[in-house]
Design a protein around this ligand. Structure first.
Ligand SMILES: Cc1cc2nc3c(=O)[nH]c(=O)nc-3n(C[C@H](O)[C@H](O)[C@H](O)COP(=O)(O)OP(=O)(O)OC[C@H]3O[C@@H](n4cnc5c(N)ncnc54)[C@H](O)[C@@H]3O)c2cc1C
Ligand SMILES: *[C@@H]1O[C@H](CO)[C@@H](O)[C@H](O)[C@H]1NC(C)=O
Ligand SMILES: *[C@@H]1O[C@H](CO)[C@@H](O)[C@H](O)[C@H]1NC(C)=O
Length: 528
């Protein structure tokens, strides 16, 4: 049989890992990247580039920890700090592409203009991909057996409509144009939004600006990077054990961690949402203290803009605003494909298990990286790519369109009931476990209990490291076990720059108390 050719659209995190997954499954990937570099959102540039995904800002450091954000068979170097500065992360992506020889499969400076069903789609499931070379302008049409859409979720900026915005005489921008707070020395800055980048941008600006205002419609929960005992919070929360606990207990744990670092009520951040999972969240370690230093003031929703300022829901006004930065997110934009296949709103998006357009007759098109994750995104996207490659190679099977659509309907209904909206942040571990099961790459904890109880214990109670999906099944990696065993050391070795006699002040007592407390709570909850 001829090798199947798969078009991979984009060479960001998802594109790279899709190329690799195709190669692993014996498929032939052909990747198109509109820029002349890999990395997508992680490519920093001083200037805004047209057609570019939101580039990162100067102060950006990953909001997920090193061992949770790496690819499953390519640990980050020991010298990389527990949370990774954006340039270091981009270098890691380059090393990954180099190590697995992915570059030869990438056509740079080539934009995918359209993807449509090939003439013989009904019988073959093939796709027609039209590309344009950005140097020469020349267009080209190629037929593919499969397509992996990896064009990213962070492209089309959303700025809500406000009365008076067009009269406002200061500078306005979306967060994707923000580079550094140092540009706003002695200015009054209004940041709008309650999520991750709103936090980063207000904190960074507050070091230079004369005053920063942070306007949030519904407030937010601030999750620290550092959890109890200095353990990265995503390593505490994203374990297989914790993911199995009832939502109430998980909520109790995470809100306690958040409140232990910032008093959300006193700082004016308190979320209006009934539960942690329904509201806004941001990963931030400094916002509380910047508010306590008076450099940031929390404000409610904006009701209207004036020539030089804004009016807020509580009737208060701020004049003399020089700059407004909308950290108000992005909307979906898959412009090269018909809306009936991939919709451009979360409401209409019908992706079976967030990957396969549910209504298509043939499962020969997959979307990788189109789900927002409450934690590290990268390992989830990697498993999506591995799953899609296995479906393309015929080794994994999907249910038919009718069942797929029913499943999507069920999930949408549930999401709407639970969250009151269609776009949500999905907890990573259950989703990872689902994909791994489809691939056959779930860690076999029961059999490990007999052969290697220590590793079994780590898989169950320790962080659900991406590496744990390389222990067993197709694509297993001989270095996985060692990597899991060394993970904690790998996380902190780079910050061990001064040797200490004995960890006197480790907070492990608090951590142990916390674990005991949660266990008691679990038992009590199960009884009542
Ligand atoms: C500011 C910011 C911080 C983040 N921090 C974290 C973090 O700490 N941890 C984490 O896990 N995740 C983080 N994320 C999430 C991040 O989106 C994912 O980690 C991942 O980088 C997404 O990769 P992607 O390949 O889906 O998209 P992108 O990185 O957007 O890559 C898409 C690529 O496709 C190309 N492309 C698009 N359309 C076309 C076309 N028509 N033709 C050809 N090429 C095309 C683009 O040029 C781009 O290179 C962050 C995201 C942002 C925006
Ligand atoms: C890609 O195109 C740009 C202009 O759009 C050009 O400056 C650059 O050299 C090209 N890069 C490659 C690798 O061809
Ligand atoms: C980290 O930031 C990205 C982009 O803003 C977001 O999608 C992701 O959910 C954030 N992670 C956490 C743990 O908040």
């Amino acid at each position: 049989m001829e090798t199947k050719r798969i078009a991979v659209i984009g060479a960001g995190v998802c594109g790279l890992v899709s190329i690799k997954s195709c190669l692993e499954e014996g498929l032939h990937p052909v990747c198109y990247e509109q820029n002349n570099d890999i990395g997508g959102v992680w490519v920093y540039s001083e200037a805004l580039r047209p057609n570019q995904g939101s580039a990162v800002y100067e102060c950006l450091v990953t909001n997920s920890s090193k061992e949770m954000t790496c690819f499953s068979d390519f640990p980050m170097p020991r010298k990389t700090p527990p949370y990774v500065p954006h340039a270091t992360y981009l270098q890691y992506l380059r090393d990954y592409a180099q190590h697995f020889t992915l570059y030869p499969y990438i056509n740079f400076n080539t934009t995918v203009v359209s993807v449509s069903k090939a003439e013989d789609y009904a019988t073959t499931g093939r796709w027609e991909v039209r590309t344009r070379n950005n140097d020469t302008g020349q267009e080209n049409v190629v037929i593919f057996d499969g397509v992996m859409v990896c064009s990213g979720m962070f492209k089309d900026a959303t700025i809500p409509d406000y009365p008076g915005l067009d009269e406002f005489e200061g500078i306005t921008m979306h967060s994707n144009a923000f580079r550094s707070g140092s540009k706003f020395t002695d200015k009054n800055v209004l940041v709008v939004g309650g999520a991750h980048s709103a936090g980063d941008i207000s904190v960074d600006s507050s070091r230079f600006a004369s005053q920063v205002y942070l306007s949030m419609r519904n407030g937010t929960w601030v999750i620290p990077r550092l959890g109890f005992g200095g353990i990265p919070s995503d390593m505490m929360g994203n374990t297989r054990f914790v993911s199995k606990l009832p939502a109430a207990i998980r909520e109790f744990m995470v809100t306690n961690l958040a409140s232990s670092k910032v008093n959300h009520d006193k700082a004016g951040l308190q979320s209006k949402a009934k539960s942690f999972f329904k509201g806004c969240q941001m990963v931030n370690d400094e916002i509380g203290s910047r508010i306590y230093c008076g450099k940031i003031q929390a404000k409610p929703a904006i009701t209207r803009f004036t020539k030089s300022g804004a009016e807020f829901e509580d009737g208060s006004r701020v004049e003399d605003i020089d700059v407004v930065i909308f950290a108000t997110g992005y909307h979906l934009g898959y412009k090269f494909i018909d809306n009936s296949i991939i919709a451009d709103s979360h409401k209409d998006l019908e992706l079976y298990e967030y990957v396969f357009p549910a209504r298509l007759k043939h499962c020969t098109l997959a979307v990788v990286g189109c789900v927002a994750i409450l934690g590290a995104n990268v390992p989830v996207y990697e498993l999506q790519a591995r799953w899609a490659a296995r479906v393309f190679s015929g080794k994994a099977k999907l249910p038919g369109p009718t069942q797929r659509v029913l499943e999507v309907r069920r999930r949408q209904k549930q999401t709407l009931e639970d969250y009151g909206r269609y776009k949500t942040y999905v907890p990573p571990v259950p989703l990872q476990e689902y994909y791994a099961k489809q691939i056959g790459a779930q860690p076999r904890i029961l059999s490990l209990l007999l052969s290697d109880p220590k590793l079994a214990f780590k898989c169950l109670f320790g962080p659900a490291y991406p590496t744990t999906y390389r222990l067993h099944g197709p694509g297993s990696w001989h270095g996985a076990k060692k990597s899991i065993e060394e993970a904690w050391d790998n996380v902190i070795s780079s910050i061990r720059t001064r040797s200490v006699a004995k960890e006197k002040h480790s907070n492990s007592i608090i951590l142990k108390l916390f674990i005991v407390f949660t266990l008691v709570l679990v038992i009590v909850m199960h009884w009542i």
